[in-house]
Design a protein around this ligand. Sequence first.
Ligand code: SAM
Length: 300
Amino acid sequence: MGKSSKDKRDVYYRKAKELGYRARSAFKLLQLNEQFHFLDDPNLKRVVDLCAAPGSWSQVLSKTMFKGIKESEVTEDDERKIVAVDLQPMSPIDHVTRLQADITHPRTLNKILELFNNSKADFVCSDGAPDVTGLHDLDEYVQQQLIMSALQLTTCILKEGGIFVAKIFRGRDINLLYTQLGYLFEQVICAKPRSSRGTSLEAFIVCIGYIPPKGWQPKLDENISVQEFFQGLKTDSKNQPRVIERYYEEERNIAEFMSCGGLQSFDSDATYHYDVVAALSDVSLDPVQSPTSPAYKKDS
Ligand code: SAM
C-alpha cells in the first residue's frame, strides 16, 4: 500500500500527519475528550498513558495539559506530570516521561509511583493492543488479559474519584468486564469515537469516579493471576469485599453506549476526496516520527 493511496483512503491518517500526530489514534482520544471533557479539568496533575507508543495519545495529553508551555518554562514546583509506558521505545515528547516497561509487571507500578513521589494519579488511559496471531480466540483472550492488566495496575495507582479510559474489544465476555468495572467506578460508559472504524469491534470504556471497595487493598504480585487479584472485588451491602468467581444475570451491569466525535466530524469508514476535505492538500506527507528501532536496521 503506497502512502499516498492510504492518505486518500483514510482521512484521519492523513489529518494526523497534517497536524503532526504520530498516529491516527490521537483523534480517538480527542473525540472522547470532546464528549467527556476529562482532559479539560484544570486540576489534572498526574496522568499515566499505558501502552503509549508511538505516542499520539501522549502528544494529546501534553498539548491539552500544557497548552503552548515549553518544557523549559515549567517551574520546579509544578506538579503536573505525564508518564507514558510501553514495551517499545518511544521518541521524546515535551512534558512526557517515558518508561520502557511491561504494564503486566509489578515493577512497573513501583516505577510509576516513584515518578509521582508516591502520589496517586488523577487519570489513567490505556490504548493497549498485543501483537495479533490471527487465531481469533487466542487474540481475544490475550487482548482481554491486557485490559485486565491495565485495570489491575490502575486500581493501584489511581486516586479515589479518578478516571480510567481504555480501549476494549466488544467480544463475547464484555459484560463480565462491565460488571467488574461497575464495582469499581461510579459510572461506566462504552464510547465509540467517529475516528474508530464502525466495522471494528473496538470501543473505549470511560470509567468515571474510582471507588475502591472499603477494605480492599489492591496489591500487584507476580505470583497471583489477574483473576485471583480481582477475586475480592465484589462488595456486599456494607461495602465489604467478598470473593466472587462469577456474576449472576441479575447483577449484570450493561454499560451505556455512546457515540462521540459529533456528526460534523469525518466518518472513518468513508472515503473522501481531497476536494471535499478543504484542510487537506494533495501533497503526500512523510511520517511524523520515524520508527525508533525498525526491523530493517536490526542484524544488518
Ligand atoms: N496510544 C498509542 C498512540 O496513540 O500512539 C498507540 C498504542 S498501540 C495501538 C498499542 C501499544 O500497546 C503498542 O505500542 C504495544 O507495544 C503496547 N503494548 C502491548 N502490550 C504491552 C505491555 N504488556 N506493556 C506495555 N505496552 C504494551
